[in-house]
Ligand binder design. Structure first.
Ligand code: GLN
Length: 613
């Protein structure tokens, strides 16, 4: 059997199955106090779920239009917050739950403010805070805003609007009370008129799911990609939905469903789970507190079935510390002369490499910082590798940054390795595109520091490396060196100049690096930049063998002004006749050097395998 085309989604199946079960619930009454709403078919039931990446699942009557009613309130509140700022809006509308119904006639005794924006009184004032020179402009801003949340152009149901206007005396009375209390300015009829209109905007359950997920996603509609409001605004709106979105049912709702939500009298309900999803439901029969009976049943079941409760602890499955190694277990891919290797062998534990993984928020960054600081004895260079960290919260950057600053005070240098163009730490000494380059930089710094601390030592990093100290030749007796010396030519390379191009003809010519640095690069077909695999410093030797492979994808280039001494293949051949023992000694030296490198690579592999839990 093959999976041709799309395979049925398990989420879709679960949604269909849940829809079928909840459809059989027949409790509740359709609201009739707005006569046009009373005509709704009580059997209608639409369910939609929109994900953070913009996929919308739906079941039943998810495309059936109905008027949004009170479900508009959080979105208009979002627009007011966006237009005025939190404090200006708070001055006019409170955020305390009422414990009463949607039409409660209660204002805050001393200020006259309505208690929250989810009850009618609060929503009437909220609508008056949206930007606009008059109520016409304000309503235009509201319907445009609701449309942006839904990702399509929404329209008014003039029949429902007329019906609500005819029977809306309770809301008009609220308007007059608000103006009398100083909470509402201007013409009451106009203010209440905008509120009636916002309630008569037509949506579907699918629209509500998309509108909800836009709040859950921090204000960017994931279907259209449009930013509607800021992330802070969404945070504030969801908080008020959680405490007051279902009026005098808000406590039990949050307890059982655990989702910030908003209900409406036409039978609509939307719920949002931050960073995950939005749910839209439509089913007209309401319970005695004005919430759709099937919407409650569907959301509570979805929540427990999918584990959506907001207060549920989320456990991190991968530890934040991917690997924490010292420089003696993990070395860079630089080939170094014997004297440098000796320094690293003695002191490389002064380098620590900390590879972090997963998104870094407060908790993960805190754990990482504590784990690292517990194990820093003798460390003077710390590499923080962030290649496996897709996202860092500002607080994580702040924690790592002050950690690096504190380490600097203790004489520890922090370097970061991360994707180019992303340097999250100000206190880091420097940033590298690869972990290998960061490690190499630390090793260079360690070697330089060791040489500076013992200036009378044998190693002068700036001086050209003489033949007698070349790695391959240092064990050769003086008379053999004397045979070789006159055969050697000199070759200088500019930075960027290649010593071997891909597919270079293979011969036995030996290049001894006297000063400067060579890099081994791999050229991958579509990669814009060659990949730097390894580098070779003064005192080391290379041959064409380094780049010999079937694909011809490797090259060796100078990274700085570089000088090599060259022992041509022909000269080695000629030597074979007169001084075969010199050629043999050379071949043995090459074999030993290769064996030593294999051992080092093997030790490194073992350390890496052993370090992953
Ligand atoms: N338009 C309705 C009203 O003001 C909205 C109420 C609601 O959905 N709870 O009565």
């Amino acid at each position: 059997m093959t999976a041709e085309g799309a395979v049925a989604s398990p989420v879709q199946e679960l949604l269909d199955e849940l829809h079928a079960r909840v459809q059989t619930v027949t409790d509740g009454e359709v609201a009739t106090y707005i006569p046009a709403l009373g005509k709704a078919d009580p059997a209608l039931f639409g369910l939609a779920l929109a994900t953070q990446d913009g996929h919308v699942y739906s079941a039943g009557d998810a495309a059936t239009p109905f008027t949004v009613q009170s479900v508009s309130k959080p979105f208009v509140y979002a627009l007011a917050l966006h237009d005025r700022g939190l404090n200006a809006v708070l001055e006019r509308v409170g955020v305390e739950p009422t414990g009463e119904g949607f039409d409660a006639i209660r204002l805050e005794p001393d200020t006259g403010r309505p208690l929250n924006p989810m009850v009618n009184a609060g929503a009437i004032v909220t609508a008056s805070l949206v930007t606009g020179d008059d109520y016409g402009q304000r309503f235009q801003r509201i319907i445009d805003g609701l449309s942006a949340f839904a990702g399509r152009e929404l329209r008014l149901d003039h029949g429902v609007l007329a019906s609500e206007e005819r029977t809306g005396d309770h809301n008009r009375a609220l308007g007059y009370l608000l103006r009398n209390a100083g909470a509402l300015e201007g013409d009451v009829d106009e203010a209440v008129g905008v509120y009636f209109r916002q309630c008569s905007v037509v949506v579907t359950a699918r629209d509500l799911a998309v509108m909800a997920v836009t709040l859950a996603a921090g204000g960017v509609n994931p279907v259209t990609g449009e930013r509607v409001v800021g992330a802070d605004t969404c945070e504030h709106v969801l908080a008020v939905m959680a405490t007051s979105g279902t009026y005098d049912f808000a406590g039990e709702w949050l307890l059982r469903a655990g989702l910030p939500a908003k209900s409406g009298v036409s039978g609509g309900l939307m719920a949002a789970l931050p960073s995950q999803l939005g749910i839209g439901v439509y089913s007209p029969p309401l319970d005695r507190r004005g919430t759709s009976v099937r919407a409650i049943a569907a959301c509570q079941e979805l929540s427990s079935r999918f584990g959506l409760h907001l207060m549920r602890p989320v456990n991190r499955t991968t530890p934040v510390l991917h690997r924490f190694l010292r420089g003696d277990a993990l070395g860079s891919q630089r080939t170094r002369r014997h004297a440098e290797r000796e320094i690293l062998r003695r002191e490389a534990r002064a380098i620590a490499v900390c590879e972090l993984q997963g998104d870094l928020g407060f908790a993960a960054a805190d754990v990482a910082v504590r784990a690292v600081s517990d194990d820093l004895a003798g460390v003077r260079w710390l590499v923080l590798d962030l290649h496996r960290v897709p996202r860092t919260e500002p607080v994580a950057v702040e924690l790592l940054d002050s950690f690096a600053a504190e380490l600097r005070g203790l004489g520890v240098t922090t370097v970061v390795s991360t994707e180019p163009g992303r340097t999250p730490l100000a206190a880091a000494e420097t940033a590298f595109g690869t972990l290998d380059e960061a490690l190499e930089w630390c090793e260079d710094a360690l070697i330089a520091a060791a040489c500076a601390a013992a200036p009378d030592g044998r190693l002068d990093l700036d001086a050209a490396v003489p033949l007698s100290e070349q790695d391959l030749l240092r064990d050769l007796p003086a008379d053999m060196l004397d045979v070789l010396t006159p055969l050697l030519a000199e070759r200088s390379l500019e930075p960027g100049q290649a010593l071997f191009e891909p597919g270079a003809a293979l011969d036995e010519t030996l290049y001894f690096v006297v000063s400067g640095s060579l890099a081994l690069q791999r050229l991958d077909g579509d990669a814009p930049e060659p990949l730097r695999l390894a580098s070779m410093g003064p005192g080391t030797a290379v041959t064409g063998l380094t780049v010999a492979d079937d694909r011809g994808a490797y090259r060796v280039v100078a990274e700085e002004p570089t000088v090599c001494r060259v022992l041509p293949a022909a000269a080695v051949k000629a030597l074979d006749d007169d001084h075969p023992q010199v050629v043999e000694a050379l071949h043995w030296a090459m074999a030993r050097s290769l064996a030593a490198r294999l051992r080092r690579a093997d030790a490194q592999n073992q350390a890496l395998i052993g370090s992953v839990p």
